[in-house]
Design a binder for this molecule. Structure first.
Ligand code: AMP
Ligand code: MG
Length: 623
């Protein structure tokens, strides 16, 4: 396919300057697009209506032989005129368009659109993202300038344009269109004004980041943004059965055998055919054979007789019921007597395949392997299990006041505790951790730490420096290295938080910037980082919540989510009750240590009266 950069606009909203040539992070905007587009396509072209030479030199600088095509239609007729020109000139069967003002074009744009075009046998595949309107409701947003189409649609486009149509998607009714949903709406952002450009350049203002459209976000919105942005790691490894404990299954496990392999007895007793039971009196059956567990049955029991059978013993053909030996009315050396109505026909017989049927999924992809699963996999005879690779997570603390264990604590300094809580939480989550220490509030040191972390880990977690503090340089450095949103969450504790993607030396990593206060950092980890990492691990985060009566009245302002540390217990009346642990200050780690749960007071909730039911998340399973 040919990838064409649409740079032919008049740029009316940019003071009539040529958008594609605007300097952005060290190069013209169009060069960023070219750099992302070129590896995805066979040929690249630039559609521009002025500054021909400047666009040609962008191509040269990028070592690309991309031609610059001017619209066949004169007079800045809009992107559709560029599209028409591209379809006429391109030498491939397919044409992909991207605008010159979208420096974050996704790397998989071409491949995903192509896949949909083929799969749906469509004429055109267009990117869509989920977006939120002013009131926060989600809607599908179509991006008609990010589209892959067949060259054969040209006559339809010509006809639409001849009739005066100029809307990028105005002609979709005449062709077969398929939509492809991309998770990362931020990748489709475009720069429309010089202010956009400046903001985007800095990326330090909330509005300039793709992940952050509002200055303040609710906890639920932030969780959704993180969930939608992150995709699971793809690498899979086969591990020995025991090593699979707590790992994430990378595929469904299809049972290769029936478990159990035969109908068998659930009890020690006597196997017989229920057809032999007398309706109105005791039934005495001769014991014709004994069946032990672990031997093929092979015996034939004639009508009116039975088999002595042990638990797990294979049911002889034709027999359907097992009388537990303790229910027998009488037992002699070679017979057993069954009282009327003492046993239900079919009782105590386990069916072949009733636990796991051959060819059916025994466990599903994405499940975290539990002790029960290990046993189940063993019962299938499986020695190896496919699991997703472990995540590598790097973390460091920021702040001049932080000292590490072993260092002297000068006046005004504190020991760094966040690295230890993070170590504990990440280790329990099954991640490989890279502890990068405490980093000074110094731009060069912070940049170095972020770059190193980014090249070595799937995710980077920092603590401190994301609030509005004067010595907090980390925000601007994070913004320089990538596409990061700085959030003011409507929650307590843990208001400030950063989330996004950073890149260095061609490696990308997810970034979570946590607040510095120890409790806030932990809460932000549990409710934002953990679900994100679990999605990356290929599974879904869940936590164990219960409802309990609040022992005391709680003050709570509507309009923010509060996470209070609590102790849950059974009250003398037998009901579950929860009380809040002492001070709820976000720096008081002892409140976390003493607590066994967190009380979640949702966004809209106001004050809670004593005795009212509240939602409680148990620490067990969370940490
Ligand atoms: P910051 O978010 O950097 O403004 O930090 C907020 C508060 O948390 C300050 O009182 C810091 O001293 C404290 N803090 C930051 N990082 C850590 C850490 N790693 N361990 C303990 N306290 C910290
Ligand atoms: Mg700090």
């Amino acid at each position: 396919m040919t990838g064409m950069i649409l740079a032919g606009g008049r740029g009316t909203r940019m003071g009539r300057v040529d958008k594609g040539l605007q300097p952005f992070r060290g190069g013209p905007l169009a060069a960023h697009v070219l750099q992302r587009l070129a590896p995805q396509v066979a040929d690249v072209a630039i559609n521009a209506n002025r500054n021909h030479a400047a666009y040609a030199s962008i191509a040269v600088a990028a070592n690309s032989d991309a031609p610059v095509w001017q619209d066949d239609l004169q007079g800045f007729e809009g992107p559709l005129a560029g599209l028409q020109t591209g379809l006429r000139r391109c030498e491939t069967d397919w044409l992909l368009t991207v605008p010159c003002d979208s420096p974050f074009v996704p790397d998989d744009l071409a491949s995903r659109l192509a896949e949909a075009l083929l799969r749906d046998d469509a004429d055109l595949a267009v990117a869509v993202t989920m977006d939120a309107d002013e009131s926060g409701d989600a809607y599908r947003r179509v991006h008609p300038v990010f589209a892959l189409m067949k060259k054969s649609v040209l006559p339809k486009l010509d006809a639409y344009m001849e009739s005066g149509g100029r809307r990028m998607d105005g002609w979709y009714g005449a062709i077969k269109v398929t939509e492809v949903l991309f998770q990362d709406a931020g990748a489709f952002r475009n720069i429309n004004t010089l202010t956009d450009l400046k903001d985007m350049e800095k990326l330090s203002e909330p509005a300039a980041t793709g992940f952050d459209r509002k200055a303040s976000l609710s906890a639920a919105e932030a969780q959704r943004i993180i969930r939608d942005a992150i995709t699971p790691v793809t690498a899979v490894e086969k591990v020995a059965l025991r090593q699979a404990l707590e790992r994430v299954l990378a595929s469904d496990i299809i049972s290769p055998i029936d478990v159990p392999a035969h109908d068998n007895s659930a009890m020690d007793g006597y196997a017989f055919s229920s057809a032999d039971l007398l309706a109105d009196g005791p039934t005495t059956l001769r014991v014709a054979a004994t069946v032990l567990a672990g031997r093929p049955s092979g015996v034939h029991i004639p009508a009116g007789q039975c088999a002595r059978i042990m638990t797990g013993g294979v049911m002889p053909d034709g027999l359907d019921t097992v009388l537990p030996q303790e229910l027998a009315a009488a037992i002699s050396a070679d017979s057993v007597t069954i009282a009327p109505r003492s046993i239900t026909p079919g009782a105590n017989r386990r069916f072949k395949g009733e636990d796991l049927a051959s060819g059916k999924p025994a466990l599903h992809e994405g499940k975290i392997v539990t002790p029960a699963d290990l046993g189940l996999l063993a019962s299938l005879g499986l020695a190896e299990v496919p699991v997703r690779r472990r995540l590598r997570v790097a973390f460091f603390s920021t702040g001049d006041e932080l000292r590490s264990i072993g260092e002297t604590l000068e006046p005004g300094c504190i020991y760094d505790s966040n690295r230890y809580t993070l170590y504990g939480m990440l280790t329990r989550l099954g991640c490989d951790v890279i502890d990068m220490g405490a980093v000074r509030d110094d731009p060069a040191a912070l940049e170095e730490a972020l770059r190193t972390a980014c090249t070595s880990a799937d995710a980077v977690i920092t603590s401190g420096g994301v609030s509005a503090g004067a010595a907090d340089y980390i925000k601007s450095i994070m913004a320089e290295l990538g596409d990061v949103g700085f959030w003011n969450l409507d929650m307590r504790p843990g208001r400030p938080m950063a989330f996004g993607r950073i890149a260095s030396e061609g490696r990308q990593s997810w970034l979570f910037g946590l607040p510095g206060n120890p409790v806030a950092a932990m809460v932000a980890f549990y409710f934002f980082v953990r679900p994100g990492l679990m999605k990356m691990m290929g599974t879904t985060a869940s936590h164990f919540t219960v409802r309990a009566r609040s022992a005391v009245a709680l003050r709570k302002k509507p309009g923010r989510t509060e996470y209070q540390r609590g102790i849950i217990y059974i009250a003398p009346n037998g009901e579950r009750e929860v009380r809040i642990t002492g001070s709820q200050g976000s720096g008081i780690l002892r409140s976390m240590s003493e607590a066994n749960c967190m009380v979640i007071l949702p966004h809209e909730q106001g004050d809670v009266a004593a005795g009212e039911l509240v939602e409680v998340v148990m620490f067990e399973g969370l940490i």
